[in-house]
Design a protein around this ligand. Structure first.
Ligand code: SF4
Length: 216
């Protein structure tokens, strides 16, 4: 190689810099959960997750190498094809990646940026709304606590109420607190969640309304 040849970064280096990202899927739909329930939103689902929730409904996302790697320009260009300007970055676990470049570009193009994360990796990105959904299977990174605008705890068994309270103590006072029944356990736990929230009104309930509407 001529020493004057430009050094071309590898895909691995571009992913590490957050300039390219593995995309499992991206689609325009209605946000079904949490604070933005009912809002049209463009979902960007990044491939890769090392959290390992037993009840995960997107296990196919876990292996990042299975998914095509796209430049952030291409990702944003595809988002711009739809009329909505709310984008939700999810996964997998999106904080496996440096999200600074992608969110900067999205905001330059006029998007409101939301993230849904387990918080298991250091925080990055410029987000208007951070939905933090901690999981028992991998401890959150401490950088998430000050960033979270919404704490959403999935109730899969009884001990998850205590897990929710432990995390409520760690987030900022303005953080909205939500309990959400895990879909397969909803019939069992929804009545208990209703009672819990009625007695502890700092909490409210999040439901996976997109599943009732049968949309992705
Ligand atoms: S953090 Fe999300 S994607 Fe990862 S295993 Fe848990 S539910 Fe699945």
């Amino acid at each position: 190689m001529n020493t004057l040849d430009p050094v071309v970064p590898t895909t691995q280096e571009l992913v590490a810099a957050g300039l390219q990202l593995p995309i499992m899927e991206a689609f325009y739909t209605i946000q079904g959960e949490g604070r933005f329930t009912g809002h049209p939103a463009y979902f960007i689902r990044l491939g890769g997750c090392d959290v390992g929730c037993v009840w995960c409904d997107v296990k196919e996302s876990w292996e990042a190498a299975k998914w095509p790697v796209l430049s952030i320009e291409k990702i944003v260009e595809e988002a711009l094809a739809y009329p909505g300007r709310l984008v939700v970055i999810t996964g997998g676990e999106p904080l496996l990646y440096n999200l600074d470049p992608l969110t900067k570009l999205l905001k330059e193009k006029g998007f409101t940026t939301n993230i849904e994360t387990s918080g298991a990796h250091p925080f990055s990105g410029d987000f208007d709304w951070v939905c933090f959904s901690p999981k028992k299977f991998k401890k959150p990174h401490p950088s998430i606590f000050v960033e979270a605008d919404e704490l959403k705890v999935i109730i899969y068994n009884k001990s998850d109420f205590g897990f929710a309270e432990e995390h409520a103590k760690l987030v900022k006072s303005t953080c909205e607190l939500r309990l959400q029944p895990e879909w397969s356990r909803a019939a069992k736990f929804t009545p208990e969640i209703i009672d819990y929230v009625k007695n502890r009104p700092k909490w409210n309930i999040s439901l996976q309304t997109h599943k009732f509407m049968d949309i992705p």
